[in-house]
Design a protein around this ligand. Structure first.
Ligand code: MN
Length: 466
């Protein structure tokens, strides 16, 4: 086998709208909105710098079914830069950017888009025009695909493609992309054997189900292992994961995080294949804006000032870790604390957040946003410094309160009655009434719990401990 290297990326979601970040100052908002484009530019630069033989992209290049012109134009520009360096790109489309009838976009000749009706195989040459791999892929035609597409992939992609390459007609189970075979005359003169080719499957879909994601193109890991490919280049799940080695089954994750649940470094894999067909994976970051979620345990801390100080120390340390990249962070305070009521009452989260934000903007120069660590939220998930179980067992007013609250948490009718009674005056307002009706029972349970904790803590300051 001839050694070669390629980039495997997926889920670029170029031109993601980043709704819900309207509250950001303009210069940060601009950086965030540009980030999916910038990650693409970084991918193109990396491919050129690493001198890869080709690039594969496993779906969701665009964020929306109706690709914006701006997104198409930026992708086009990158593809042209890759073309200048003779780097081919192999693409499938996914659930966010299906290849529907209205899509009319002419890519430069280095780009191969796999069709929607059935999988196709393409023989891929390295920089010296020697065939090194066969890639098999297929695109979505619709936004929701519930069929098992993997089942349609041929189990002998190399043999089929090689037959076509060598001028023989391929088996029925898979069509071969004719362009790659015919376009270059010096290539078609080489004869090639199937066992010399590295087999890559491009698939956008869900392996072994996952409650968090739309179950598009579901299949099992076992099924992929048994198909007889060397590398499954997957897309769809935005969290990077190597599901299997030998054969490799890989989700590279998205190239740029798009909200606070998509935390940590984002990028793609640089895949090196040696003469024995052994695979070496190297993760390369591409993101320009990073998301982070952190927890701080404040139990044992006795003043708001000390909590402030601890927050500042932690933030400074995280800022150091992130370096030059704009980072958006959500911080959560946890632990049992006597400051519970103060943290709830004194709009502590808003005050701290605003103070830190002002300081970050102060340090940033006019258009420069590098190195900013921007708190988007400070969430208080602490519990008061009281022993709920001990109180609950007592014949006291706090004991009664805890028992009523736990009844209301467990039983829908009891909770509704309690909330109706407590919010009677507010419920005169039709809009508030509608809003209340739209809240989930989990949210309402949380209200009851928080109200109970707060009330018991207030009472405790005036009542003797049991
Ligand atoms: Mn996606």
């Amino acid at each position: 086998m001839i050694p070669f290297r390629f980039l495997h990326a997926a889920d670029l979601h170029v031109d993601s709208p980043f709704r819900g970040l309207q509250v950001l100052p303009d210069k940060l908002k601009g950086e965030v909105q540009e980030s999916t484009f910038a990650a693409w530019d970084n991918l193109v630069r990396l491919a050129i710098r690493a001198k890869v033989d080709f690039v594969v992209i496993s779906g969701d290049l665009y964020d929306g079914r109706d690709r914006s012109l701006k997104a198409q134009w930026r992708l086009q520009r990158g593809m042209e830069q890759l073309q200048d360096k003779q780097i081919p790109v192999y693409i499938i489309h996914g659930n966010h950017d299906p290849l529907h009838r209205e899509v009319k976009w002419e890519w430069p000749s280095n780009v191969t888009v796999f069709p929607t009706d059935k999988p196709q195989a393409v023989i891929v040459p390295n920089k010296n025009a020697s065939p090194v791999a066969v890639i098999c892929g297929m695109s979505y035609a619709d936004m929701a695909v519930y069929e098992n597409l993997a089942a349609m992939y041929p189990s002998r992609p190399a043999r089929n493609a090689v037959q076509a390459w060598n001028g023989l007609s391929p088996d029925e189970e898979c069509t071969v992309y004719a362009d790659s075979v015919e376009e270059s005359t010096h290539r078609s003169q080489q004869s090639v054997a199937a066992n010399e080719l590295f087999r890559i499957g491009l698939l956008h879909g869900t392996v072994d189900g996952s409650a968090e994601h739309d179950p598009y193109a579901p299949c099992s890991k076992r099924e992929l292992v048994e198909k007889g490919y060397d590398y499954w280049a997957l897309g769809h799940i935005h969290k990077r994961e190597v599901l299997h080695e030998s054969p490799y089954i890989v989700y590279p994750g998205n190239t740029q995080g798009r909200h606070v649940k998509e935390t940590g470094a984002k990028g793609c894999y640089l895949v090196n294949v040696n003469e024995l067909g052994d695979v070496n994976l190297q993760f390369e970051t591409l993101d320009t804006v990073r998301w982070r979620q952190e927890q701080i345990d404040v139990s044992g801390i006795s003043s708001l000032q000390s909590i402030m100080q601890l927050l500042d120390e932690k933030m400074a340390a995280w800022k150091g870790e992130e370096g030059e990249r704009l980072t958006l962070i959500r911080v959560e305070l946890t632990g049992r604390t006597p400051l519970y009521a103060s943290l709830q009452q004194e709009s502590f989260p808003e005050q701290w957040r605003e103070a830190w934000q002002a300081q970050e903007l102060d340090h940033a120069s006019y258009e420069e946003v590098s190195g900013i660590l921007w708190p988007i939220a400070l969430r208080i998930s602490c519990t008061p410094d009281i022993d709920i179980e001990q109180w609950e067992a007592t014949d006291s007013f706090p004991g009664d309160l805890i028992r009523i609250a736990s009844q209301a948490q467990q039983h829908d009718t009891a909770r509704e009655a309690l909330i109706q009674e407590a919010l009677e005056t507010l419920l005169q307002q039709p809009r508030l009434r509608n809003w209340l009706a739209s809240q989930s029972s989990e949210t309402q349970e949380e209200w009851v719990r928080e109200a109970m904790l707060l009330a018991v803590e207030w009472l405790q300051s005036g009542v003797k401990r049991p």
